[in-house]
Design a protein around this ligand. Structure first.
Ligand SMILES: CC(C)(COP(=O)(O)OP(=O)(O)OC[C@H]1O[C@@H](n2cnc3c(N)ncnc32)[C@H](O)[C@@H]1OP(=O)(O)O)[C@@H](O)C(=O)NCCC(=O)NCCS
Length: 245
């Protein structure tokens, strides 16, 4: 499913990158020495370049943590811009080559227990499990970023809507990935709860209002915490799923 958005100057199109562990592609970090790793899905590499530009270079998050253990099992969408050479609505041949300008990642459940975020990271003696299987499963919106020159055109709204619509239509794939991790963690027989439309995210506090306008509510019970030196809050939204049998 491809979403598009038109402005007088650009046509924007989303492309989906499925979880690398389902496509046998690698997730190598593009570097100046290896800017286009041949075994990466090209959409993943495009997304990583945006993540690097926005989170590492602009927001000074650590490059070591930019690819994490969630990337293997996550879906990502990259928005590509192509400049309209004449006027909008003309056919493809009137557009120049497209280039990536925005990214969003959807991580299926399960996730680390919330307490893991709040604990002293220097403390090695924690009895917390790797994943929380006890609370309701949720898909997690992460790595939402738009390049500075393309902000303010509604692209983050398009990315959020694309990921949410996809999740609504693909609960089977989400639950399959949840069960896969549960099996790997030896949880298979312990009555895993299925995903039922809950979407969560960790919002940098300066964009809490943006997510609130998109229908997310802050869960004040979760408090606030720092990730990569940036203050965050937890927010949730419930998608209405069709109850197919
Ligand atoms: C946050 C970010 C993704 C917004 O992207 P964008 O494409 O400019 O956002 P949009 O144009 O789709 O704006 C959507 C809505 O959010 C609002 N908004 C956008 N950025 C905002 C901000 N920093 N603070 C408050 N509201 C904001 C817009 O006014 C718009 O409101 P509307 O629905 O009433 O029209 C972009 O600024 C960015 O990449 N920032 C750096 C990375 C980042 O902070 N990511 C969030 C991690 S939690």
């Amino acid at each position: 499913m491809t979403e598009t958005k038109n402005t007088p100057e650009y046509t924007f199109t989303t492309r989906l990158q499925p979880p690398p562990l389902t496509t046998s592609t690698t997730i190598l970090y593009p570097t100046p020495e290896n800017p286009d790793p041949a075994t990466n899905d090209p959409v993943f590499s495009d997304g990583m370049r945006i993540r690097h530009a926005v989170f590492v270079e602009e927001q000074h998050c650590s490059a070591e943590n930019e690819i994490d253990s969630d990337d293997e099992r996550s879906w990502q969408w990259v928005i590509y811009a192509s400049k309209n050479t004449h006027s909008p609505g003309q056919d493809e041949s009137n557009r120049l080559e497209s280039f990536p300008v925005g990214i969003i990642r959807l991580v299926p459940p399960p996730h680390a227990p919330h307490e893991a975020l709040l604990q002293d990271t220097t403390s090695k003696n924690t009895n917390l499990p790797k994943y929380d299987f006890s609370h309701e499963p949720y898909v997690k919106i992460t790595r939402l970023a738009v390049l500075p020159d393309f902000r303010g055109h509604g692209l983050s709204k398009l990315l959020l809507r694309t990921a949410e619509d996809w999740a609504r239509d693909n609960r089977g794939a989400i639950n399959e990935m949840l069960r896969r991790v549960a099996r790997d963690e030896g949880q298979e027989d312990q009555g895993i709860k299925e995903w039922n439309g809950l979407v969560g995210l960790h919002a940098q506090v300066q964009v809490e209002e943006m997510y609130r306008r998109a229908g997310y509510e802050t869960d004040h019970h979760l408090g606030t915490w720092y990730e990569e030196g940036i203050l965050h809050v937890g927010m949730f939204k419930r998608l209405r799923l069709e109850h197919k049998t």
